[in-house]
Design a protein around this ligand. Structure first.
Ligand SMILES: [Zn+2]
Length: 309
């Protein structure tokens, strides 16, 4: 069983609930590591839209320390990816490889030097926005595109080798990103609008651009992004994957579960081990083993090793 997940909000939930990575009631835990051959989890620091300015920089700095402290409690089960090649060493030791990311460029406080700062702390990916507007652009709550600072931030991130994450970005911002970016980017936790008409999901032409540019798109298991009835349904996860495959997405589909962002996930997939078992369902539905391996691990692994500096 292999698993590479591009997004979860677990670190924030652990703090809220005063739990840790083994003794917890969260969806993500590291307890089942012995069931995996290789396992990589991206740990996102989510900056709420209520936090801006210097406070947003300090907020992420503080979560950096908190994540390190939580991971250090279980050195036999968790390794943090500092250099991207650490993934190999950590998974070889049969531990969870944790990769750091940030959700919302509000953490930059409008200063490009903060990209270098967070890159030096080995955050490998940055989501430009959350749902509201920040210094870079806006999510679906607003229809303005990328700001001049947002465009400059994309360029600086590409220079330092930090991956641009377009999940949450609105359509105008996505269009601007296509014009400004020169390197492949990621939609870490977004589905497709053709299967569930929600502004957080990608239009077919947006998904096809990600394919054309060699990016990644992580399947989100939150029910609101799976179907318009907001139901927990594993068949819907399959529909999104199948549609992405029809659009030529075999080499870009990954998982972007959004564990612990919302609790209304399909019960068949609401922890990493159950996601692993979901592979059997995909196989039963006629997805080739090789394609399943790509979705579960190989696409994301290849992408990050190639594109992160
Ligand atoms: Zn999100």
């Amino acid at each position: 069983m292999k698993f590479f997940d591009l997004h979860c909000d677990t670190i924030e939930e652990l703090r809220k609930r005063n739990e840790d990575y083994v003794n917890n009631t969260t969806q993500f835990s590291v307890r089942d590591i012995d069931k995996f051959d290789k396992a990589v989890q991206t740990m996102a620091v989510f900056v709420p839209d209520s936090i801006r300015g210097e406070e947003a920089v300090r907020f992420v700095d503080d979560y950096y320390d908190y994540l390190n402290m939580q991971a250090a409690k279980y050195p036999d089960k968790i390794g943090i990816v500092e250099d991207i090649t650490d993934i190999d060493t950590i998974v070889f030791q049969k531990k969870w490889a944790f990769m750091r990311s940030i959700e919302s460029g509000a953490c930059l406080n409008g200063n490009l030097d903060n990209i270098d700062h967070f890159a030096s702390l080995n955050f490998k990916m940055l989501g430009l926005v959350w749902n509201g507007a920040n210094e870079l652009g806006s999510g679906p709550n607003n229809d303005t595109g990328l700001t001049e600072f947002g465009k400059a931030a994309v360029k600086r991130m590409e220079e330092v080798g930090m991956i641009v994450d377009c999940s949450h970005l609105n359509d105008a911002g996505f269009e601007d990103l296509l014009n400004v970016s020169e390197k492949p980017f990621v939609a870490s936790h977004s589905n497709v609008r053709a299967c569930c008409n929600h502004p957080r999901n990608l239009k077919d032409e947006q998904f096809k651009e990600i394919v054309r540019r060699g990016g990644l798109c992580g399947i989100n298991i939150f029910s609101k992004f799976l179907n318009e009835k907001d139901e927990r349904n594993k068949e819907d996860i399959f529909r999104h994957i199948y549609h992405m495959l029809e659009l030529g997405g075999e080499d870009v589909i990954a998982w972007g579960t959004d564990f612990d962002g919302e609790v209304t996930n399909a019960p068949e997939v609401n922890d990493p081990y159950r996601i692993g078992l979901f592979a059997e369902y995909l196989e039963k539905m006629g997805i080739k083993k090789e394609t399943i391996d790509k979705i579960y691990f190989d696409n994301a692994y290849r992408f990050f090793l190639k594109n992160v500096k």
